[in-house]
Design a protein around this ligand. Structure first.
Ligand code: OAD
Length: 237
């Protein structure tokens, strides 16, 4: 029922905004944050994903990010990522927003992805703003441009602001779409979790793709309980 109504809303939409979280990459083998084997079950965010942690022990923080990079490098985009490429090609105006840092949307071929939390493959200097995607060999590394040791992974840490321009585009696309689709997010981390709420306030039709309910499920018109790789190809065909 939900599925057929959701499909017909997608087919008639001119503007679609899709927002993805860790769940879309689960079937590619990238662990989520809050699932039973999620990253935050085994690691403490404040020891690894904050500026304080980096200033206290940059080597430990880099070791953790390089371990995650290695795991992510082994991962390939799945049918869920690919389905969004097909959808983008069909609709007049398409925006893809992600909380994921894993690069899999780009790898699948999505262009113009709004990466709210940065990209784990990127390195960023806090001193001279140099940024690159180079391999890190010695840890902790130094900025290749200015030599400073405040050279960090290009992701957003707890307590940090999201990139303002990216966030603004994500809010604009959410406010200005006919259909908003949220895939694989627990919808508890803000400001990302505000996006479906903005879309709802502006009258969009809201679709959630997630095997589990979330605290925002009740604002969605269609809550499709299944995995991204199984549901998205059928939803976007
Ligand atoms: P979470 O780990 O909080 O939530 C993952 C969601 O994906 C859950 O609601 C699962 O039910 C769902 N899920 C699991 N497998 C799925 C599948 N195969 N298909 C579809 N959905 C599935 O991940 P996020 O909501 O992305 O932030 O987490 C948000 C932010 O919290 C992350 O970006 C990260 C983290 O702390 C930063 O690092 C700044």
């Amino acid at each position: 029922m939900d599925m057929s109504e959701a499909k017909s809303k997608i087919q008639s939409a001119k503007r679609i905004c899709v927002s993805t979280g860790a769940g879309i990459s689960a079937e590619s083998g990238v662990p989520t944050f809050r699932g039973s084997d999620g990253l935050w079950k085994n690691f403490r965010p404040e020891e690894l994903a904050t500026m304080d942690a980096f200033l206290r022990d940059s080597k430990l923080v880099w070791e953790w990010y390089l371990w995650r990079r290695e795991k992510i490098k082994e991962a390939k985009p799945n049918a869920g990522h690919s389905a969004l490429i097909n959808l983008a090609a069909k609709v007049e105006n398409f925006t893809l927003v992600t909380q994921n840092v894993d690069n899999l949307h780009r790898e699948a071929g999505s262009a113009g992805v709004l990466e709210l939390h940065g990209n784990i493959m990127r390195n960023q200097c806090m001193n001279c703003s140099h940024s690159d995607y180079d391999l890190i060999e010695d840890i902790p590394p130094h900025c290749p441009a200015c030599g400073n040791e405040r050279y960090r992974p290009g992701v957003v840490w707890f307590g940090e602001s999201l990139p303002q321009d990216v966030m603004q585009k994500a809010f604009d696309a959410s406010a200005d779409c006919d259909v908003f689709i949220c895939v694989g997010s627990s919808n508890i981390v803000y400001p990302a979790a505000s996006l479906p709420q903005v879309a709802s306030e502006e009258g969009a039709y809201l679709i959630e793709v997630n095997p589990e309910p979330t605290p925002l499920s009740e604002i969605f018109h269609a809550s499709i309980r299944g995995t991204a790789a199984e549901i998205l190809p059928a939803l976007c065909e």
